[in-house]
Design a protein around this ligand. Structure first.
Ligand code: SF4
Length: 756
């Protein structure tokens, strides 16, 4: 792809619009597969089509012929590309040369075509036969103790593959399931589980048709779940209110020109989404929402209808503890922590109290902090104070970034499974499964670093790059005895070769998965608990690809030769896998029948109907006792940094070098700062700086420096700075995590910037 001339300026257009159409066309042309892409675009997110391999935004009941967004098209064309990373390509490109390339360049070499094994002598990947690869992997796994092996899952893994994967690892003997949700929404699982009895959002798409107010907290829908903009547009056009709580003012929450609206496209129309933007300081979420709740109590003193005491009395517990904890807070510390004034928080409280049906949507801006779990619980506290739970048009809506990250957890990818699940698994398969809780992502990297874990198997993903602290993570992975990566494209994690490393190419979502019983469908679960089928139809990128279930079955058979499980049968007919899921996980009853319905089915969510399976049997107020930031000991000139993704990026996948809505063209060596903070440091637009991390004791850690970043002045909160991941992950410590969920604090790292 031609890299555009580098520019930093202000983008004054709406989100979506012709910019989105041009970006889609540019992407399709760059991947040289216009015919495959055109077919795919009309199959994407359609009832008999495939599920977009992008985010987990749900599909509407009534779908448009093109049920997609710009970033969905990027995700699909990245998969349908005609570019190939073939054995010839690998023979000509030693790993140490590939290492010098950018993350964008690595994936842009195209689809993996053959199973490969790393050859340490020539420092190249060499082709290997599937059966040889399986047998060698099986041999090596049998030489290890099960708890010396980490089984990583990326959120692209389907329910069927994820269920087989957990079954393989558990029959093998471990619960070591580092999972991509550990890096994003584990605080949602922990937080909502304790508050409302289920670790999932309570709203459905239809709730947006009934709501009065949508509060968008710490997420950027324009880039990370763009079809949501069409839903917000409908809310705005029918008079519903939308507000944003985010340190960075994001264009995707300001104005949207709907590419599928002739009026918008031909007449340059657009819809204003959020009119009010509360730019709290980075890490100030819990302070802000405690301030808003404190203001609600103050408003309630004048008007006792503000707080819904009837709902609280009948449906909740812990109200007194919350009230006491808010009374104990003084406004000056709240204002300092939130980065906004008492008046602004009171305004927000009045606005909130002025609406009867409210949905709170949130993303990683809430979860990726040292108090991520408690941040989630403050949102629930706010909703419960006015009874916004368990009824139409109201509730909580965590926005998952990966198409099946929620589904993987639902079918058993969980390092701490409950006993009922273990017993049903043993009963159904006649196997013994481990009871010792396993590792989540941070724990797995630390176990590898301590040489306790000796092998890593990855179902997709780019674990090493997604994790914080490459200074520790990268060397750790190189010490392993065995690495197995099931993937569609080459990425940097694959280049951290172990003594024995295998790269196993999988079918993509768009591709036909033919097994001996015919074309197979897989299934996924979106952010709103809708489970639906996905059936690829395109010719596979290479005849040597295998499906994820078949690859897992191949490894399991080779590793567990005396297994009572008929792995080959499962790999040949995914209906049998769904029958097994149904037998072990009751919520999936009549799985194969219900998946046939257009749009699939919704997994039961008791909290959606006001049934709270918590310890108290009530929705529970949980006061905040942990802060995201401890300013004590930090240099006075410090800023708090959040890592962000550009508009040409999906998690660690870089599709291109632009970030259109933020005015960035052709580059990623950029930091985002407010004019006020720049002035304070005698900086201006375009100046070049180094960004250095502060350690837990407040000391500058020069090793953790992101060098040569160019200043881009944007509308950003005080005391705050942003930079792209994964480049900025060098500023993040593996030890800076949310204690309850072990999710890394990607969104609140203390740093100091110095002009160079
Ligand atoms: S909103 Fe998400 S799921 Fe939908 S097309 Fe876009 S990237 Fe894909």
């Amino acid at each position: 792809m031609k890299i555009n001339k580098q520019r930093l300026d202000n983008y004054d257009g709406a989100a979506g619009g012709w910019g989105a159409v041009i970006a889609c066309a540019t992407q399709v042309i760059s991947q040289k597969s216009p015919v495959r892409d055109t077919i795919a675009i009309f199959k994407m997110n359609q009832v008999k089509g495939f599920d977009c391999p992008g985010c987990a935004w749900p599909d509407p009941e009534h779908r448009s012929p093109m049920e997609l967004c710009e970033n969905g098209v990027k995700a699909v064309s990245w998969e349908t590309t005609r570019k190939k990373a073939s054995p010839e390509f690998f023979a000509a490109n030693p790993v140490k040369e590939l290492w010098k390339q950018s993350d964008y360049e690595l994936e842009n070499h195209g689809r993996l075509t053959h199973p490969m094994k790393y050859d340490i002598i020539s420092d190249t990947w060499q082709p290997i036969e599937w059966e040889t690869a399986f047998s060698e992997i099986g041999d090596k796994l049998r030489q290890l103790q099960p708890d010396q092996v980490e089984f990583y899952t990326s959120g692209r893994t389907s329910n069927e593959a994820a269920f087989l994967y957990q079954l393989f690892a558990r029959e093998y003997g471990t619960n070591n399931f580092p999972d991509c949700s550990n890096m994003c929404h584990s605080p949602t699982g922990k937080g909502l589980g304790a508050s409302i009895g289920i670790g999932k959002g309570t709203v459905e798409l239809s709730d947006f048709e009934a709501t009065d107010l949508v509060i968008c907290v710490g997420h950027n829908p324009g880039t990370n779940h763009p079809r949501m903009l069409a839903t917000l547009r409908e809310v705005a056009q029918r008079g519903g209110k939308i507000v944003s709580v985010n340190p960075l003012r994001e264009r995707g929450l300001e104005r949207f020109s709907f590419p599928q609206s002739p009026t918008d496209m031909l007449l340059g129309g657009s819809t204003e989404l959020a009119r009010d933007h509360y730019q709290i300081r980075i890490g100030g979420d819990a302070w802000f929402f405690r301030g808003v709740m404190k203001a609600l109590f103050e408003l309630d003193e004048q008007n006792p209808q503000v707080i819904d005491r009837q709902f609280i009395a009948s449906e909740t517990s812990g109200f007194g503890e919350l009230s006491d904890s808010l009374n104990a807070l003084a406004w000056p510390e709240i204002e300092k922590g939130a980065g906004l004034t008492r008046q602004e928080m009171t305004e927000f409280a009045q606005m909130y109290a002025g609406h009867s049906k409210v949905i709170v949507c949130y993303g990683l801006g809430i979860t990726q902090h040292r108090n991520g779990t408690q941040n989630v619980q403050q949102l629930i506290n706010l909703l419960l104070l006015r009874g916004n739970m368990g009824r139409k048009g109201a509730g909580i809506c965590p926005l998952r970034g990966h198409s099946n990250v929620q589904g993987d957890r639902s079918v058993g990818i969980n390092e701490a499974p409950d006993e009922a699940f273990n017993l049903r698994l043993e009963q159904h398969f006649g196997i013994q499964v481990p009871r010792q809780h396993g590792h989540s992502s941070v724990e797995s990297i630390k176990a590898i670093e301590r040489r306790e874990s000796r092998a890593l198997i990855c179902m997709g993903g780019n674990l090493a790059v997604a994790m914080p602290d490459p200074l520790r993570t990268f060397p750790a992975l190189r010490t392993l005895d065995l690495q197995v990566h099931v993937a569609t494209k080459l990425n940097r994690s694959h280049l951290l070769a172990a003594k024995n490393s295998y790269l196993l190419p999988a079918l993509g979502r768009t591709e036909r998965d033919m097994q001996h019983t015919g074309i197979q469908s897989v299934s996924v679960e979106d952010s709103m608990s809708m489970v639906h089928a996905s059936t690829g139809s395109l010719k596979p990128a290479s005849p040597w690809l295998m499906s994820e279930p078949a690859i897992i079955a191949g490894m399991a058979k080779a590793t567990l030769p005396r297994s009572p499980i008929n792995w080959a049968e499962f790999a040949g007919d995914y209906r049998l896998i769904r029958q097994a899921i149904e037998a072990v996980i009751p919520e999936f009853y009549a799985y194969n029948q219900r998946i046939e319905a257009p749009g699939g089915f919704r997994l039961d969510n008791p909290a959606s109907r006001g049934e709270y399976r918590t310890a108290s049997g009530k929705a529970t107020f949980i006061p905040c006792t942990t802060e995201a930031i401890d300013d004590q000991g930090l240099p006075p000139e410090h800023l708090i940094l959040a890592t962000i993704r550009s508009h040409d990026q999906y998690n660690t996948t870089i599709y291109g070098m632009n970030d259109r809505y933020r005015g960035v063209t052709g580059r990623r060596d950029v930091i985002f700062l407010s004019a006020a903070e720049a002035r304070t440091r005698d900086l201006k637009q375009g100046d070049v700086v180094n960004v250095t991390a502060c350690d837990a004791n407040g000391e500058l850690n020069m090793e953790r420096t992101l060098s040569g970043q160019t200043v881009h002045i944007v509308s950003m909160a005080i005391g705050s700075i942003a930079a792209y991941l994964p480049e900025a992950n060098i500023l993040l410590s593996l030890d800076a995590v949310d204690e309850e969920s072990l999710t890394p604090a990607y969104k609140s790292a203390p740093v100091v910037i110095t002009k160079i």
